[in-house]
Write a protein that binds this ligand. Structure first.
Ligand code: ZN
Ligand code: ZN
Ligand code: FE
Length: 761
């Protein structure tokens, strides 16, 4: 047997995920000598052995990486053989580029799970059990490189057995930075509603008992507090809803395992896979009838439920002890940022929780649960946060210098572009109050520190009044780039899919500031990263009273009717208007007719609001998009019909005109068609409208591919129908980056990077 040598470089998420010990074991199994080390770009292996052994070693790397690792690329070069001795793990060189060193948080692995339920194990029922394959990472990291001293585990000194595991390359806990056990690691405690210590012998059992008695417990997790209650108890769920002032938005439900998930919802193979993935997102799935969940969990007739599986030992133990599915919703009031400190929790959640289950390991980074759903047979991230942050998104063309993109207004995330990577930050929330702005600034500063950058290119939304735009202009130095909202949406899809452009971009959402100062949101662009041409848009709706119309979508319905029936709409035939005060109705009608205090809005989302209000007879939205979502959920997916529309060549930019569709839908309604049928036809119509827009663009420009982006493409039915209309063309949906405003920052960064590269500013 002749000895050969290979240098193997592996790129991707390969650090802090148990990669080197796994390589070490794989090398031993195959009789390979040499070494493995971390470097700035990933992991490098120098392997020596016979040809066959090297081949099976490589095959092993390709086929069975650790669960939380993500291999993007493997490079393999022959090198001169060395007489091989042992295979060794070389300590990381702490010089140079340390940028890739913090991995995302990883759900508890099967081995650790077995230990915490094994009465004979020293980690039996230990809530902070972890190993190199699992455990907290990003949320405990304080500094780079990712190393115990630079995490919130620093105050805990490993005991001798833990230290021995940590130093043994053959052990699953070799260099597991948060390694801990009951003798040396963090501990749990319980607090009363007012923050006084409660002396329960076993805080998890105590909390489980309280939960069974319909109480609400604030539970400290990985990236913040959850508010937990019994998801099968209407009393508990209503109490939580009242105290949290969470209007009518659905609550996520944590279940003990996949079997319990199956008993509550109908799961496809993909959905099961997503629920079980080490990132452990909340997955939106179809509720099973008679599931036993309290109706208040997904109120408002919502047929979907957001399920997630436990992702820390604490969750596993709590779910096991309480023996029922638990609501696990972000510990905050309404739209404020998620609470993460113990004192902060007691202060801010006073009056919400009946008690607190806390621990003494600090959360360094707030990081909400991620949310995903299956659309057109594949996963789509609707909120990209815990489990993914700070894993970078590889971009095709490197950023010429570091870029900070500040994101949008709602569901804000930011993004830092550096080299060929874009780092999206955690979900921050709606930038509508000072608390959220403070959290945003803190999170940006931390990510800059982790990446060792001080970006002098700062991208923000074109809207001059967005808090994120004001932050960019007033709190930052460097060159500022204002990026049009829908340009950013399309660029985000381009960056995600490594599309150099030009592309045909369809951006359908609620609202985004246009270059003419009005609200856009039904946009067709011929788009490059540096620039775009607006090929078509949607006929605007007159919003009477501006944003009031978004909370009172009956105003939008009325505007649509007035626009479509110039001879006067048959208002008395719609139960919707019986729910509106006569005086208000009169005033808004006058406003519409006299064109007084109207703002034109082109968002596809506004058509969902208007149609939903009219045909579901729902005058008011308790939160943004509530009626639009209900209209989506009302649709009968078996419906194949659609309504007519026209594509009007208005002076320069053609407009998709849905007035014929409204007239046809009204005729349907008056002849007794069901809301489900009308909504189904409406969805098909909007999809066909998107199809017609794309064909117009392809004819004019000869350009493909097509990207579908914007919050409306979180609507699975709409996205699937639009894909159906465009079957013969290459079309991209978002997958790993949210189609809504949570993905905006990536697009802003990509645009700013491209402009800087081309000397565009
Ligand atoms: Zn583990
Ligand atoms: Zn220990
Ligand atoms: Fe948007």
């Amino acid at each position: 047997m002749s000895l050969e040598g290979r240098r193997i470089e592996i790129r991707g998420t390969v650090q802090g995920v148990g990669f080197r010990p796994w390589i070490w074991r794989l090398a031993r199994e195959n009789g390979i000598g040499g070494r493995v080390s971390n470097d700035s770009r990933g992991v490098t292996i120098e392997a020596f052995g016979g040809d066959g052994a090297l081949q099976s070693f490589l095959d092993g790397i390709r086929t069975s990486p650790p669960p939380a690792a993500e291999i993007r690329e493997i490079l393999c070069l022959p090198i001169p053989p060395e007489p091989s001795g042992e295979f060794v793990i070389v300590p990381s060189r702490q010089t140079g580029d340390l940028r890739v060193s913090i991995p995302p948080d990883i759900a508890t692995c099967a081995d650790c799970l077995a230990e915490i339920f094994d009465p004979g194990n020293r980690r039996y029922r230990y809530a902070f059990t972890n190993c190199t394959n699992c455990g907290p990472r990003f949320t405990i990291a304080r500094e780079v490189p990712y190393d115990r001293r630079a995490t919130t585990m620093a105050p805990f000194t490993m005991c001798a057995p833990c230290r021995a595991e940590y130093e043994d390359p053959g052990n699953r806990r070799f260099h597991a930075q948060p390694n801990a056990c009951p003798a040396c690691g963090p501990t749990l405690s319980a607090l009363s509603a007012s923050g006084e210590p409660v002396f329960w012998k076993d805080p998890i059992r105590g909390a489980a008992r309280a939960l069974s008695a319909d109480l609400i417990i604030a539970v400290k997790g990985l990236g913040g507090f959850h508010l937990a209650c019994d998801a099968t108890s209407s009393v508990a769920v209503e109490r939580l809803r009242r105290r949290k002032r969470r209007e009518e938005k659905p609550f996520a439900v944590m279940v003990q395992g996949i079997e319990e998930a199956e008993s509550l919802a109908i799961l496809s193979g993909r959905e099961r896979e997503m629920l079980l993935s080490p990132e452990r997102p909340i997955v939106l799935v179809a509720s099973r009838e008679g599931s036993g969940l309290a109706p208040g969990v997904s109120p408002d007739g919502n047929p979907l439920v957001g399920l997630l599986l436990p992702y820390t030992p604490l969750h596993h133990l709590l779910l096991c002890d309480s023996g029922r599915p638990l609501v696990m919703t972000s510990g905050n009031l309404s739209e404020e940022p998620i609470v993460c400190g113990n004192d902060e929790a007691v202060a801010r959640l006073a009056g919400v929780g009946d008690g607190f289950l806390v621990h003494d390991r600090q959360i360094e980074s707030r990081c909400d649960d991620s949310v995903a759903r299956v659309i057109a047979g594949g996963p789509v991230l609707l909120r990209r946060s815990r489990g993914w942050v700070p894993r970078p998104i590889a971009v095709q063309t490197p950023f010429p210098e570091p870029v900070l993109a500040c994101g949008g207004h709602l569901k804000n995330t930011f993004c830092i572009g550096l080299g060929s990577a874009a780092y999206l930050g955690p979900h921050i929330g709606d930038l509508e109050n000072l608390e959220t702005l403070a959290v945003f600034e803190e999170a940006v500063a931390r990510m800059e520190r982790f990446l060792r950058v001080d970006p002098q290119i700062v991208a923000h939304d074109l809207h001059p009044q967005y808090v994120s735009s004001v932050y960019a202009r007033q709190s930052r130095t460097g060159r500022k780039v204002a990026v049009q909202h829908h340009h950013a949406h399309i660029a985000s899809a381009m960056a995600e899919h490594s599309l150099a452009g030009p592309v045909i971009g369809v951006a359908f959402d609620g609202t985004g500031y246009g270059t003419d100062g009005t609200a856009w949101g039904g946009e067709l662009f011929l788009c490059r990263l540096e620039e775009y041409e607006r090929l078509a848009t949607l006929r605007p709706i007159a919003l009477a009273g501006g944003d009031t119309a978004i909370r009172e979508p009956w105003r939008i319905a009325l505007a649509l009717l007035e626009d479509s029936f110039p001879e006067g709409p048959p208002l008395d035939r719609f139960p919707l208007f019986a729910g509106v005060e006569e005086q208000a109705l009169h005033v808004v009608r006058q406003m519409l007719r006299r064109r007084f205090q109207l703002s034109p809005a082109r968002g596809v989302g506004r058509y969902f609001d208007g149609f939903g209000a009219l045909f579901l007879s729902r005058p008011f939205s308790r939160h943004e998009g509530q009626v639009a979502f209900a209209w989506n959920m009302a649709a009968d997916p078996a419906e194949t019909g659609s309504y007519p529309f026209t594509l009007d060549p208005v002076p320069s930019t053609p407009e998709l005109d849905l007035r014929p569709a409204l007239r046809a839908a009204v005729a349907d309604f008056l002849s007794g068609a069901s809301a489900g049928a009308i909504s189904g036809r409406f969805h098909n119509t909007v999809a066909k409208g998107a199809g017609a827009l794309v064909r117009l663009a392809v004819e004019r420009s000869g350009c493909t591919p097509v990207v579908l982006t914007g919050g409306c493409f979180q609507n699975a039915l709409l996205a699937e129908r639009a894909l159906g209309e465009l079957q013969d063309l290459p079309v991209f949906l978002h997958r790993r980056v949210p189609p809504g405003d949570g993905g905006l920052a990536l697009g802003q960064a990509a645009v700013a990077g491209a402009l800087a590269r081309s000397g565009g500013f």
